[in-house]
Write a protein that binds this ligand. Structure first.
Ligand code: AMP
Length: 438
């Protein structure tokens, strides 16, 4: 199947062809005609499947074909909500790329950067807005955006938005949108909470799923190396050096762990940077750009920070520490083997993490091959110890009911849409700290 047969307008086809795509990916083949028909959609898609173009291309097409000229500020007609700043920036980049020959205005808003330039842009009027929920509500409260004319709503990575505690923000945004609209919901996993949100939101949705839920891409070769905790860093440096890996995404469980590892790798002569929620937006953007351009070899990330990173043809992902939540393993290794490329995902597992490994293998319904590395065989006399999960991180991500009631009237300012600690939010303090652990 070619893009030409999908019914997209010539300007969009031109942009796609300039981007170098030959044919639509499976999710694009399924999603594009349905969205063009105006159907609501519930999409189960792993990262790296091409889902962003899957919703962006038909969204652009519909907007441009229903363009209304009128007096006054042009109303926002399409809203894309994403969980993280990085994903918002990437989706917006896609919207700009695919829409470059269309007369549509776009903007992206997320926290962690000054709100004023975003306000100026919004006040001039945009057709498509990509946003993280917290910063969007900041704009609503400052009257810089009116959402009452939205025709198309996209919830991207809805599972992660709920994991991050955004459900109240999302529900608040929904009250500001018109009843009559097209809604597209994408999620890598389908918890009961997601199903409930979808039930409330979608009208006779078409269901599409390109990879079985919680399965890992066949293009990613997975392997486990058992190793003692205190020798993990040494083994990682050895693997990077001896295999001559040039671009490696490494996951740690905590922000502190990410910082420390990036520093240690630097001392081993391997250029590395850490990316996590405590870094300023500037530092995160710089680290990502340096990693993409090859200026640094290793990007060390926590789960939340890494969500949505799209680095094309990323060949190696290393789980320096296994995630607390088994599903995050699927997300992590989905960073490699994207859009048809081969990838390699390696997990360094110490005795403390054997239960986490079991949980992952149960989830993906497969045994991950174990390969022993000469000289790094674990010492059998070392006994398992409890895992340092980062400040209460596991509870925040476990999906347990959260005390998310706001006790004040003023909205807390947000960074990447993440709730920030504020006095009137004291009840929520513990939860906020948990989120910050990511
Ligand atoms: P996504 O799942 O949307 O994050 O996309 C993953 C990667 O696939 C991105 O780098 C896209 O640029 C790329 N991509 C999207 N659609 C196609 C396509 N039809 N052919 C080749 N690559 C694509």
């Amino acid at each position: 199947m070619s893009f030409d047969s999908l019914g997209l307008s010539a300007e969009i086809l031109r942009a796609i062809s300039e981007k170098g795509y030959d044919k639509p990916t499976p999710i694009q083949q399924q999603a594009i005609p349905l969205v063009l028909e105006g159907r609501d959609l519930m999409g189960g898609a792993q990262t790296g499947t091409g889902k962003t173009a899957g919703f962006t291309l038909p969204l652009l097409d519909r907007l441009v074909k229903t363009s209304k000229s009128g007096k006054g500020r042009r109303p926002v007609r399409a809203l894309v909500l994403t969980p993280t700043r990085e994903l918002a920036a990437q989706v917006h980049e896609n919207v700009q790329t695919y829409g470059r020959y269309l007369p549509l205005k776009t903007a992206v808003v997320f926290g962690g950067v000054s709100i004023n330039p975003q306000k100026m842009k919004l006040i001039k009027g945009v057709d498509i807005l990509v946003a993280t929920p917290g910063r969007l509500l900041d704009h609503v409260s400052q009257n810089s955006v009116n959402l009452s004319k939205i025709d198309i709503l996209v919830l991207d990575e809805a599972d992660r938005m709920l994991d991050m505690g955004f459900i109240r923000d999302i529900r608040k945004v929904l009250t500001l949108l018109p009843e009559q609209k097209q809604t597209l919901l994408f999620s890598a996993t389908f918890s009961n909470e997601i199903k409930k949100l979808a039930n409330d939101l979608l009208h006779s949705p078409a269901l599409i799923e390109v990879a079985q839920r919680n399965t890992t891409s066949e293009r990613v070769a997975q392997v486990v190396h058992h190793v003692d905790k205190k020798r993990k860093r040494e083994l990682l440096s050895f693997l990077i050096g001896s295999n001559n890996w040039e671009q490696v995404l490494v996951f740690t469980r905590t922000k502190h762990g990410a910082n420390r590892l990036a520093e240690q790798l630097g001392k081993d002569g391997i250029t590395a940077a850490a990316i996590h929620g405590n870094k300023s937006q500037g530092a995160r953007t710089r680290a990502l750009a340096d990693f993409k351009s090859g200026k640094i070899r290793v990007l060390v990330a926590t789960d939340i920070a890494a969500r949505g990173l799209d680095i094309s043809q990323l060949p190696h992902v290393v789980n320096f520490e296994l995630p607390n939540v088994a599903e995050d393993y699927v997300h992590r290794i989905g960073r490699t083997g994207r859009a048809g490329n081969e990838g390699e995902a390696m997990s360094l597992v110490c005795v403390d993490e054997l239960k986490l490994l079991k949980d992952i293998e149960r989830l993906i319904k497969a045994d991950i091959p174990k390969v022993e590395i000469d000289g790094y065989k674990p010492d059998p006399s070392i006994k398992a110890e409890p895992i340092n999960r980062g400040r209460g991180n596991s509870q925040a991500r476990s999906g347990k009911p959260k005390n998310k009631k706001r006790t004040g009237t003023k909205r807390a300012q947000s960074t990447d849409g993440k709730p920030k600690q504020k006095k009137h939010w004291h009840k929520n303090k513990q939860k906020t700290q948990q989120l910050k652990a990511g």
